[in-house]
Write a protein that binds this ligand. Structure first.
Ligand SMILES: [Zn+2]
Length: 330
């Protein structure tokens, strides 16, 4: 395939996308239940690799989706995944008829995937009070807490989702803080106050994507994020940077796009975010933080990501620093 359309030359960055919902129907050409074009995940992935993305963590948001995410991760050495249940999907525990059996199935899947080096986190899990219509708060809380059992049983870090629920989220994390090694609060859209609450947990990192960079208030919050606790992601196919966002004028790299109705594999689908666009998140973050050296920044995010999700891949010194920070020695 000819990639002349993409501005990929001279990129010197090391990019990881820690959040990609690659099992989403949009990558199968399905939008709101309607087939608009052929499944094109292989094309999407090729664009990501060509754009310098080295690894992608595929998000698992339910037991079924986690199974699919692991099967997908098995197809490519650069793909990894999470196993867990998203707060808006937590009704599935009780709807399964046997929450304990549901837990055992998640645990077996997480263990199987972790043994292969493919499952790198428990999640995504957490609390989302903006979308209580999908699952009530008390059910979200019960099964968010239950997923710390998974983290403890597997030794895996946590991939966390927190939306409009900082108070209860902090209470639950606090109660379980010794039961998980590290975690990332992904797709962070909170206030400075909420950021502070998250960062007060020394083993929590923050993931930012287009949704985290929508408004000028969002960009102000970003300015107070410590670099050594930050990661970048797309949350694709959602959370893309749109022209109406405060971040859009800070984006340097763009890909031409066409509407889904006029699908062309050489173009991005308009309003469908893709892992290659993690590059745009890097550009916006660099600009907001006043860092001209995007390579340097990408290295920092890469290292942060490895510390949490790929601890076997960092050098022994970084390992030592990490284990010291976990045990509270530093
Ligand atoms: Zn999320």
């Amino acid at each position: 395939m000819n990639h002349a359309h993409y501005v990929v030359d001279d990129w010197l960055v090391c990019l990881l996308d820690i959040a990609a919902n690659l099992t989403d129907g949009m990558f199968k050409g399905m939008y709101n239940g309607r087939q608009q074009h052929a499944a094109d995940l292989s094309i999407v992935l090729k664009r990501a690799w060509d754009a310098g993305v080295e690894r992608i963590i595929v998000t698992g948001g339910s037991l079924e989706e986690s199974r699919e995410a692991l099967a997908l991760a098995d197809t490519d050495g650069r793909l990894y995944c999470t196993v867990g249940v998203h707060p808006t999907r937590c009704s599935e525990w009780e709807e399964s008829g046997d929450p304990e059996k549901h837990y055992q199935e998640l645990l077996a899947l997480a263990k199987e995937g972790a043994a292969k080096g493919k499952v790198v986190a428990v999640g995504e899990c957490g609390l989302d009070y903006d979308r209580l219509q999908f699952c009530p708060a008390n059910v979200q809380q019960r099964y968010f807490e239950k997923q710390f059992d998974l983290a403890e049983a597997t030794g895996l870090p946590m991939f966390l989702h927190m939306r409009a629920a900082a108070e209860d989220f902090s209470t639950i994390v606090e109660r379980n803080r010794t039961r998980f090694r590290a975690g990332c609060v992904h797709s962070f859209t909170g206030t400075s106050d909420e950021l502070e609450r998250m960062l007060a947990f020394s083993n929590l990192y923050i993931g930012v994507n287009g949704c985290s960079l929508k408004t000028s208030e969002n960009l102000d919050v970003l300015k107070s994020m410590p670099l050594e606790r930050l990661m970048i992601e797309t949350d694709s196919p959602y959370c893309g940077i749109k022209s109406s966002h405060a971040s859009s004028k800070l984006v340097q790299t763009t890909w031409p796009s066409k509407k889904k109705e006029k699908y062309d594999e050489n173009y991005l689908v308009k309003d469908r975010n893709e892992p290659c666009q993690v590059r745009q998140v890097l550009e916006v973050v660099a600009s907001v933080l006043g860092e001209k050296d995007q390579y340097k920044l990408s290295r920092i995010f890469y290292e942060n990501t490895c510390k949490v999700f790929f601890p076997h891949d960092i050098d022994t010194l970084a390992n030592a620093v990490l284990s010291a920070s976990i045990t509270g020695d530093i």
